[in-house]
Design a protein. Structure first.
Length: 107
């Protein structure tokens, strides 16, 4: 590989994740889809559409601050939700006596 390629700068814009209005693209589209679905489910009632717009405008800065602190939350959260609440105990030999764990009798 040539020396110039090894020393070529990699700009931040090439490594940055795609964003819309300051949120990661997946988070913004999920929030917008949720608001649109709620508006359509209410048969486009003007009161509900206005409420959805208000909720969208309130959640947008909150989510911006959240994703500013943890930009990979959309990758971490689904994996954390898939974890089981309880994992079965691994089969291994264990002693129930506390003296066996600390190395036998004292003295």
């Amino acid at each position: 590989m040539s020396e110039s390629l090894l020393r070529a700068p990699v700009y931040d814009s090439l490594q940055r994740r795609p964003q819309l209005l300051g949120l990661p693209q997946e988070a913004f589209l999920l929030l917008a889809l949720l608001m649109v679905c709620m508006a359509i489910a209410s048969r486009l009632d003007p009161l509900v559409v206005g409420g959805c717009a208000l909720v969208f405008l309130v959640l947008l800065p909150i989510l911006r601050r959240l994703f500013e602190n943890e930009p990979y939350l959309m990758d971490i959260l689904p994996r954390a939700l898939r974890y089981n609440a309880y994992y079965p105990h691994q089969a291994k030999e264990q002693s129930q006596m506390w003296m066996d764990r600390v190395g036998g009798r004292f003295g």
